[in-house]
Each structure stands twice: as C-alpha cells, then as structure tokens.
Ligand binder design. Structure first.
Ligand code: AGP
Length: 370
C-alpha cells in the first residue's frame, strides 16, 4: 500500500496532487488545440440528438452532483440548451416527466451508485437518450448508457472524491464547448481562445498546488478545534462552495455548509460571529463586486474570512483574515482551480484532527445500496 501511495501519506493527498495529470489525461486525444477541434466520439456520433434536445437533465449524487451543477452553468452559457440538475435519489422517486426529446446525463465516478443507476434506467424506459460520464471503465452505468465519455482520472481510492471531480468538470467543459460550437452559439474566435485556455488548465492547477500547499498547512492549524464552517461562492463557484463544504465534513467531521453568497442574507448570516470561519471563493471574473459587498457584510459581523482570490487581488484581500491566491482564468474554469486549495484545506484540517482521511467513518467509496 505504501508503494501505491507513491510516497504520500494518504491516497487523498496523492490524488489531489495527481490532478494536473488527470485533467490532462481526460483531455488527451479529445482537445486538439492546433486543429481547433474537440473530438469526443460519444458526443460526435449524437450531436443532432443533443442539439435538438428539449433539455438536458443531469443526474448524480454527492460530489458528482456538484460537478453536474457546474455543468449546468457551462452548457447553458455556451451551448444554450436548458439544463436541469437532479439528485438521482429524488429524481427516481418523483415520477418525473421525461420524453424521448430529453437527454439524460448521469455523472458517476464509480459507475455503480445505486440511485444513479436506477434513475438512469427510469429515464431509459421513458425513452430519453442516456449518456454516461464515468471514471470506472466498463462499470454498470457505463454499460447501460446509449453513449458516454470516460473521465480518465485513473483509480480513485480515497473515499473523498478529488481528481474524479475535476476530471468530470473537464469533460463537462469539453461537452459544453463542443455543443456550443456545433450549435453556432460559440463563435470561432471565442472557441479558439477558450480551448487554448482549457489546454493550459493542468499548468494552472500545478501552479496552485505548489503555491498554496505550505500556506494551507499553516491555515489548517488554526481551525483544528472549529465546529462549524460556511463556504460561499457565486455563479460557477456556488457549486464549488458546496463541494468545498462536503470535502470538509466528510473527512474532518466538522459541520460545514455551502451556500450561494447572496443567499446569506436569507438566513445563514444569523450564524456569523467571531467564531464562524467563512471560506469565500472570490475570483475577479464572476460577480466580484457583489462578492465584495458580501465580504463587507461578513466583516461587519466579525466572521473569520478565508478568501480564495486571484493573484494581485486588493479589495477582498484587505478584508480577509487569510488570503489564498489562485491564477486568474475565465470564469468557467475557476471552479477547477478554486477547488484545489479547498481540497487541501479539508485534507489538512482532517489530518491534524487525527481523522482517517482515506476511509472516513460511515462512508463507502461506492454507494451500491439505496
Ligand atoms: C465524494 O467525496 C463522496 N464520497 C460522494 O459524495 C460521492 O461523490 C457520491 O457517492 C457519488 O459517487 P459516484 O460518483 O461514484 O456515483
């Protein structure tokens, strides 16, 4: 097992550090920047089916559901196809309205999650075209879908999903750009500039890992005894906030909630005092001014602010107690780069609390029961 961990203390840390490679592997052979092409057999063969879809319904659980929410932002922005995102467990039990004009995308690292599988079967029975985004090759979900794209993240052993999540975001980005180009919603110049930026995302992730790793270990030490955390973000980074909170709760057993930052004033703001740490994802591109005023509201209530900002940020940084810098990207890529320090933060808080990071209590890697 020590050999498999490749010198890292836990699989989770190894998998966090593998992300430049796993994102790159997920794009390899699909993103051909010089030719200006995205080649994905699963989508290529069914482009008209996607183009003419009434809507796309994404079904998933847990972290994969968070990836689905970001997929909604991506596909609606670039391909202009309506998207709904559903928990598989809710979808399957509420007699959903599905027709043969719908495309249902299931996202699952393991490809074995019972609720996701059952929801897909239901969608198939009702005539929808079903598409899978799985990491495990030849898994049950991969086998029952009409078509799909694998995330080539490699085996993920840590129960807390890290590299599978960013690989799912990579696939969803490729799908959104591919459909957008095909539909004519994404012009050539914008398409070319976005795919060039996507191609460099593994490098950006590498930079984040090396520039934040030590700093986050220091930050984590200050929160070993904390009992609650809030995670906030807007737009593309609202689901990234949900995912940051899920990572912390599942491995450190600290209660954490993710919220869209603007919803704070509808309830969670009542929780804020000097004992409440708030992780706020605030990149320049992405409602920055609005986030600044959310941070002011937190500051006025003495909340402890851990801000994830772009390099050179001033306004949010001046108010924050801790500043974690990530490189500036187009908004659609920011959840990938912003998630990495949040994974590290959850990891180190959990390690310092003596938790079993790779196998947290009560959790299984693949949930094959209802
Ligand atoms: C992620 O850290 C969790 N352990 C969990 O939420 C997981 O994402 C969920 O069970 C879905 O699994 P799947 O992607 O294999 O379907």
């Amino acid at each position: 097992e020590q050999i498999e961990k490749g010198g890292y203390e836990h699989f989770m840390l190894k998998e966090i550090f593998e992300q430049p490679k796993s994102i790159h592997d997920t794009m390899r052979g699909r993103l051909l920047v010089d030719e200006g092409v995205i080649k994905m057999a699963g989508i290529w063969d069914h482009l008209e089916r996607f183009k003419n879809a009434n809507r796309i319904i994404i079904i998933a659980c847990g972290t994969s559901w968070h990836a689905g929410l970001i997929g909604e932002y991506l596909i609606e922005e670039y391909a202009r196809i309506p998207v709904e995102v559903e928990y598989a467990s809710e979808f399957r039990y509420r007699n959903p309205i599905i027709t043969d004009k719908d495309v249902v995308i299931a996202i699952s690292q393991s490809g074995e999650t019972a609720d996701t599988m059952a929801a897909l079967k239901l969608a198939k029975e009702k005539g929808a075209f079903i598409y899978g985004i799985c990491n495990v090759v030849d898994s049950s979900i991969a086998r029952i879908t009409d078509a799909g794209s694998y995330t080539h993240a490699g085996p993920e052993i840590g129960v807390a999903s890290t590299k599978a999540f960013t690989a799912q975001l990579t696939i969803l980005t490729l799908i959104a750009f591919k459909l957008g180009k095909h539909n004519g919603n994404l012009g050539n110049a914008e398409f070319m500039s976005l795919i060039a930026e996507l191609d460099a995302i593994p490098k950006r992730v590498e930079e984040v890992l090396s520039s934040t790793h030590e700093q986050i270990q220091q930050i984590a030490k200050d929160f070993i005894s904390t009992t609650n955390f809030l995670y906030l973000g807007r737009g593309y980074n609202y689901p990234a906030a949900l995912e940051g909170a899920l990572k912390l709760k599942e491995i450190s057993y600290i209660h954490a909630e993710g919220y869209p930052a603007a919803e704070m004033k509808h309830g969670p703001i009542a929780l804020i005092d000097e004992n409440m740490p708030i992780v706020i994802i605030a990149p320049k591109k992405g409602h920055y001014d609005k986030i600044v005023s959310n941070v002011q509201e937190i500051k006025a209530r003495k909340g402890k602010i851990i801000a994830v900002v772009n390099k050179g940020d001033r306004q949010v940084s001046e108010m924050a107690d801790y500043v974690i810098e990530i490189p500036e990207t187009s908004e659609c890529f920011s959840p990938i780069v912003a998630s990495v320090p949040l994974q590290l933060l959850a990891y180190y808080i959990a390690v310092y609390r003596g938790a079993n990071v790779d196998q947290p209590r009560n959790l299984a890697k693949s949930v094959t029961v209802e």
